[in-house]
Each structure stands twice: as structure tokens, then as C-alpha cells.
Ligand binder design. Structure first.
Ligand code: PGA
Length: 249
């Protein structure tokens, strides 16, 4: 059985005291759930967050990491640095990293290899732009993103990969893919993985949907058979909204 996951991507929001406040509220209100719950605060608050959540099942994850082990990469964070503070999962390939920080498929492929070599779980994001969908290219774009960054990996590492399909046109826009559009793409992703690897791997990988998931639409999106949870941006910054989304799963 694949895991259900609800992950909050806080992006560049919340200073230290705001982080502590939100985490305390989340820890107090966390409902009973079989889903894995994760939060990704900004780097400088990761240690603080792990301390706040010492007695909670909520996992603290990173929003990014560098592909190099160490060295002259000013401003960057390595896998070992994350592991040394107890952070064992990293988001890689978020569309904002791709769009604003020039992260290409080739760079992301290197990050994924490094993360997995260090035994860091990868929450890999990908998804098409609006023009791709309008021109009917969305399946081809998603397939090439997966192929370029992931399909050279050995089958044995797939248990450490979580996928997050995030159509760029739905991120932070208030616009959501319909549950049917999400299901259609998630089924396509599973089929693509089956072709590249095996049905078993495709069936076991959790595929999250991301893009304007809110308390009001989460239940319907999560009800789709190939949607295993969500990567939540804006709504993860408000404890009651994030808790409602966790309840929806
Ligand atoms: P959003 O962000 O929920 O604010 O659309 C999702 C994401 O970027 O992961």
C-alpha cells in the first residue's frame, strides 16, 4: 500500500517566531490520521522546527538542496547539512525553483542522484505550464520531465521517491486542476512509470497533487484513486486550513 501524504510548502514565508507559533498550533490540532504529514519551512528555521516538533509525528522537510556534497557554492545547502539536523526529506524541482532559479531537468537529475545517494527521500515536483495544456502538450511535457530527471535511476531507489504533480497554472493562482484533470494526469504518470520500470514500482509510488489545494476542494481531489495526497502552498500557512486538508485525506 502506498503512503498517503500531506505536505506543506511554506516557501519564503514565516520568520522564526511565526514558525514556532504555527508549528505549535499544528502539533496541538493534528488530527488522528494514517497520512504522513510534512512541513517545509525556510532553511534557517529548519532546526527550530525540528525542535518544536520533537514530540510530534509531523516531519520537517527541506524546500531544496544542492547537488554538490560540499564546496564553493555560496548560499547553498548540502544533503549532509540537512541530515545533520535530522531532516531526511527534500523537495526537489519545485516550479518556482525551475522558473526563478534556472533549475533545469539536468540540474534536478543531479540533485536527485545526490539526495538518494545520501538516503534523503525526494519529493520531486513537476508539471506543465498553461501554454502546454492549451496546446495539448501537457502529457508530453510531464513525461519528459520525469524521464529527464528520474528515469535513469535504478529501480531500487524508487521507494525513496515521492512525486508531486503540480500544474504551474494552478500554483498560487487560486485555479485548481479539476479532480478529473488531476486523476487523468496521475493515471498517465503511473502508466509512464510502468512502461519505464514495473507495475509494482508504479503502484507503490505516492503521487501528490499540488496547486491551490484548499479545505474546500481537498476532499474531492483526494477522492481520486491515483491521487495520494497533496503538496500545499498557501493553505499550509494557516493551521486550521492545513488541518482541514489533513482531515480531508
Ligand atoms: P499553492 O502552492 O497551494 O499555493 O498553489 C502549491 C505549491 O507550490 O506547492
Amino acid at each position: 500500500m502506498r503512503s498517503k501524504i500531506v505536505a506543506g510548502n511554506w516557501k519564503m514565508n514565516k520568520n522564526l517566531s511565526e514558525t514556532e507559533t504555527l508549528l505549535a498550533e499544528l502539533a496541538a490540532k493534528l488530527p488522528d490520521t494514517n497520512a504522513e504529514v510534512m512541513v517545509a519551512p525556510t532553511y534557517i528555521n529548519l532546526i527550530g522546527a525540528t525542535r518544536c516538533l520533537e514530540n510530534s509525528t509531523i516531519e520537517v522537510i527541506a524546500q531544496n538542496m544542492h547537488f554538490a556534497e560540499s564546496g564553493a557554492f555560496t548560499g547553498e545547502i548540502s544533503a549532509d547539512m540537512l541530515l545533520s539536523i535530522g531532516v531526511n526529506t527534500a523537495i526537489i524541482g519545485h516550479s518556482e525553483r525551475r522558473a526563478y532559479f534556472g533549475e533545469t531537468d539536468a540540474i534536478l537529475a543531479k540533485k536527485v542522484v545526490t539526495a538518494l545517494a545520501k538516503n534523503i527521500r525526494v519529493l520531486f515536483c513537476f508539471g506543465e505550464e498553461l501554454e502546454d495544456r492549451k496546446s495539448g502538450n501537457h502529457f508530453a511535457v510531464v513525461e519528459s520531465q520525469l524521464k529527464n530527471a528520474l528515469f535513469s535511476l535504478d529501480a531500487s531507489v524508487w521507494s525513496k521517491i515521492v512525486l508531486a504533480y503540480e500544474p504551474v497554472w494552478a500554483i498560487g493562482t487560486g485555479e485548481t486542476a479539476s479532480p478529473e484533470q488531476a486523476q487523468e494526469m496521475h493515471a498517465f504518470i503511473r502508466k509512464t512509470i510502468t512502461e519505464a520500470y514495473t507495475t509494482k514500482i508504479a503502484d507503490q509510488v505516492s503521487i501528490l497533487y499540488g496547486g491551490s489545494v484548499k479545505p474546500g476542494n481537498a476532499t474531492e481531489i483526494f477522492s481520486k484513486p491515483d491521487v495520494d495526497g497533496g503538496l500545499i502552498g498557501g493553505a499550509s500557512l494557516v493551521a486550521d486550513d492545513f488541518v482541514a486538508i489533513i482531515k480531508a485525506i
